[in-house]
Design a binder for this molecule. Structure first.
Ligand SMILES: Nc1nc2c(ncn2[C@@H]2O[C@H](COP(=O)(O)OP(=O)(O)OP(=O)(O)O)[C@@H](O)[C@H]2O)c(=O)[nH]1
Length: 230
């Protein structure tokens, strides 16, 4: 698995220069540059896991280093500070992001040539969450969603996966293809969470297939998981 790690350099200093009445401005700027990063990433068939905003990750299997250089240059023009980027490789997304993160703390950016592997994207969704909202509060619903995020991220961490919250009751995970059987085993009889699985040559295709799988589960609620592969 190949993961690109992106670090916004001197971000804290940038935020402090905005003064004390800054939080609204930071939120506006973070959402604005993440909107642009998503647009750029989609053009290169990858997907940003925005995580902390000032440090974030992209699964970049299926993208050449030359394409990555162009994408990084496109990103630079849309970010408020200088960025440091590193490409990491590992048997799992977790290991690849670890290796990319180690490089971030070193001096030079590092872009070795790595083999491209198929990506397994996992689109998790809570069953009937909208209906459940009628019997709880907005904030209690979000707390439940946050707790499920922690549970899912801990499970994926154990099998080398990484997870991003998407909004609503949706989560996006990535694992290596040889870990998909562990995901299926875990959720095969879960009555609360369903998981659409997509396997593709790049993140955008894998995610599209994972969302397609989720819709197929909605069409046949007997299942808690479905897998589509390109
Ligand atoms: N990021 C993201 N959010 C979605 C998606 N589909 C729905 N949502 C969000 O999730 C909320 C719940 O929608 P659903 O998950 O479709 O509906 P549900 O009530 O959970 O019912 P089922 O998932 O069909 O069991 C919506 O209000 C949206 O905010 C999606 O594909 N991606």
């Amino acid at each position: 698995m190949k993961v690109l790690a992106i670090k916004l350099v001197d971000y804290r200093e940038w935020t402090e220069r905005l003064g004390y009445d800054r939080e609204w401005l930071i939120q506006k700027i973070q959402n604005k540059f993440m909107m642009k990063i998503h647009e750029i990433a989609s053009q290169y068939n990858t997907f940003p896991l925005q995580l902390r905003f000032d440090n974030f990750l992209m699964i970049v299997d299926g993208i050449t280093n030359t394409q990555l250089m162009y994408m990084i240059n496109d990103m630079r023009e849309n970010l408020p500070v200088r960025i440091k980027t590193c490409l990491g490789y590992g048997k799992t997304p977790l290991e690849a992001q670890w290796n990319a993160s180690v490089c971030l703390n070193n001096k030079e950016d590092e872009f070795k040539e790595y083999v491209d592997e198929k990506i397994a994207a996992l689109h998790f969704d809570i069953n009937f969450n909208t209906e459940a909202l009628k019997y709880t509060s907005v904030y209690d619903s979000f707390l439940e969603i946050a707790n499920i995020y922690v549970d899912l991220s801990r499970f994926l961490y154990k099998i080398g996966g990484i997870l991003q919250y998407l909004g609503g009751d949706n989560y996006l995970g990535f694992v290596s293809t040889n870990s998909v059987n562990k995901v299926i085993e875990k959720f095969s009889d879960d009555n609360k969470i369903k998981v659409g699985i997509g396997i593709g040559q790049n993140a955008r295709i894998a995610i599209k297939l994972a969302t397609t799988s989720l819709e197929k589960i909605r069409n046949n609620r007997e299942k808690t998981w479905h897998i589509e592969e390109e």
